[in-house]
Design a protein around this ligand. Sequence first.
Ligand code: ADP
Length: 943
Amino acid sequence: MSTEYASQSAGFASFQDLALERAHDLIAVCDPAGVIVYASPSWATLGWDPAELAGRQVLDFIHPDDAGRGTAGMAQVAAGGEVEAVTARYRTADGRWIWFEASGAPIHGPDGRVAYLVGVARDVSEREALKERVQEVDALYRVADAIARASSLDELLNEAVETLIAATGVDRASVLLFDEADVMRFRAWRGLSDEYRSKTEGHTPWTPETRDPEPVLVPDVVLAGFEDWLERTIREEGIASLAFVPLVHGDRVVGKFMLYHDDPHEWTDREIRLARMVANHLASATVRTRARDALRDSRLQLETIMRTVDEGIVLQTVDGKLVYANEAAVRGVGFASAADMINTERHETLARFEMHADDGSPIAADDLPGRRALRGEASERTIRYRVKETGEERWSVVRANPVFDEDGNVTMAVSVIHDVTEARAGAERIAFLMRASELLNGTLQVEETLAALADLAVPAFAGHVTVDLYEDGNLRCVGARHVDPEKTELMRKLRVDYPPTVFDHPVQRAIRTGEPQFVADVQAEAESMAHDPAHAEAIHALQNESGIVVPLIARGRTFGAITFGTVPPQRPFTAGDQALAVELGRRASVALDNALLYREVEARAQAAEALEFVDDGVFLVDRDGVIRLWNAAAVKTFRVKPGKAVGRRVAEVIKDWGTVADRITPAAEPTAGAGAVETVPVEVKGSERWLSISAVRFSGGTVYAFRDLTEERAVEELKSDFVSTVSHELRTPLAAIYGAALTLQRDDVRLEDSQRYGLLDVISSEADRLARIVNDILWASRLDSGQMGVAIESCDAAKLVKQVIEALSHHAPSSVRLDVEAADSLPPVAADPDKLRQVLTNLVDNAVKYSPDGGTVTVAVTAVGSRIRFRIDDQGLGVPPSEQGRIFEKFFRLDPQLTRGVGGTGLGLYICRELVQRMHGRIWVASDGRRGSTFTVELPAAG
Ligand code: ADP
């Protein structure tokens, strides 16, 4: 006992008595600094020797966690106040802690200042233990309650964290669970930063497989021996002490609890026990909640699926009662809600419909797949429902399956109803369109067809159909049909009496705008489309509900319009119906256009037929420059068959058409008469042809008419050539004869006999030449005028040839050799001998004449089959292949300008051809055009 305390003990005696009375309370007297000056004997119950306590700090015996309260209480007493009921744990000599409830009062010194503090503490450990138990139970209760209430795992875990903090007095807490990848993840926490969580997530003392995991208690992080980073992270977060408590379910660690103190903390058994208890509860709840969540999720999914699927799903029990119907099922049968449907008696529900099979036969209720399923049979069938109230028709494929219990008894039937109305309607529309197209394409009598179309569309598509077409500028109804046959007549009559000519009539609107018109409520518009009240009345009588009017337009031409209408109970038209109506209108328009085109083409074809007999060339070019008509004369001139010309662009058929067309000015209209006639050259397959052409434009294009002047022009040219060559041909021998005769006449010139004979020879041979020219001209003119008769007889061909050669050899220049090759025993030829002689003479004469450089002329006669062939070969100038056809034409000469100095009339070969043809023979030439020609004449053998 200190002296100071002893000196004051006189005033203290009464207190001491008091203290002794309460001997089992702990009594301590301290100085204001908290140093014990007296400890009562009862301290011995904590294992301390009271005598040894004097001089020690009273706070040394108080639990660090309670020290704060102790210090505060002492300060209050030191300041002269009193404190009551401060609970704190007192340390026993063997290191345990016991709860005491202390009260304190000051002892004043003589100077009135507080000299000592006296504290009395009563053991309340039992009470505290009880309180702890209550707290624990309370905590457990809260967890259990949370588990019961929590609608999700996260809610549950959050509640658990709250509970733990409240029950254990930790500063912070968290729950982590292993995720699917067995990584420990934070699921609920208090007082932890994002950074801390992200850094420490995944850290765990255990794996899910760890057996009997024990809590890991870390009173002081600094001493725990954690890895550096982990220690740093924990300390940076302000955590000084922590505890890991495993969450175990079955054999598996499912997660952990973390408890944290901001100051170093000795973890007590109680805290850990409490945490473990909560953990145990939570682990099983976690697993359960997880399972429940999964179940709920899948049920939710299922329900969502059931709600959103387009298939109706219906469950009925063995007694036929509906227990479940999803939205699609409810919608399908026209109930407002599932409850409505479930609460309606089955027979009432069934009475709302008429049900038919695919083939139209009615279906008995007992045959419905659901009923059959209740009898244990899975089945499927297509059912047509007609809602009696609205008349609406729907198609469904219904599939039903029985549900069996373990004993194999049917407990329920599940029916799945797949609405196929749209698909059916789509298919029916396509089928309808196809039938309509067939109908329209199959005939060119379109007006009749359109009337048939009206029949087809009712009732498949519409309740009534009217077709109005323009005829001479007026709309005429060509077809009308109403579902109610009695009303068909009324409709027709109505159209005649009241044609749809009112400005606001949908038909007029459709025609005016070229757009389909949708009339949602015909009755509402009856007045605006009617001519007068009686008309409106009639429209009302027809009871049309909705209508669609489609204009019939093709290539910018409006033919009329088709009107479709619905008549209740048929449902009103929708946008989908309008698309079908428009498509139908489009097809009808094309068919109409085709038919009209066909009619035009037919008319044109008749005209074209007449054009075939016209000598003038005629062709028609449409607005796109494509040839549409090409007559026989055009074929002849352009040497292009109609098949190759019609349908092709004129520029592809006629060379350099652009230039040609530029020179032609078409008349503007057919009535204006033909345009100016132009003579233009065109190139046809390499040669030039001259056309006298004019053109007339009409709505569909331009008609060109032309005359081919090529021949005439050629003849003209030849004629003028002829005149010049013949005059030259005549003048030359005349000059020679004249000269020779003058010389013979002269008296002043003495002529030798030989000279005189020479001159007479000139006169005779030139006269002969003159005679031949004149002869040729005569022959030609006789041939032209048809005065040339032939007298065919059997002649000796070889003999004839020899005579000709004999006669000509006198005139032939010496550079030319004449040879004859005649086969032995030739059959006689059937010919007019004079004419044949003329032919052969001309040919041999030409062969000699056109061999200016000399050579051999060979005449060969052979028999070829039943014919006699004469071949005249020379080695002269030759005839170019391109001209081989033309040299037989009248007046034609290869060299009209006489550049080779060989004269002629261009009549010889013409005469040959004409004579040979008259004697039923053929003549032709072969030559490469460079050296030599071979003329061949074939005549029939006689007999
Ligand atoms: P012409 O009086 O000009 O000879 P023809 O009718 O006999 O008239 O012959 C027509 C043309 O045919 C001649 O101008 C000539 O160019 C050509 N011809 C005829 N026979 C021959 C031949 N044997 N060799 C080459 N050219 C010939």
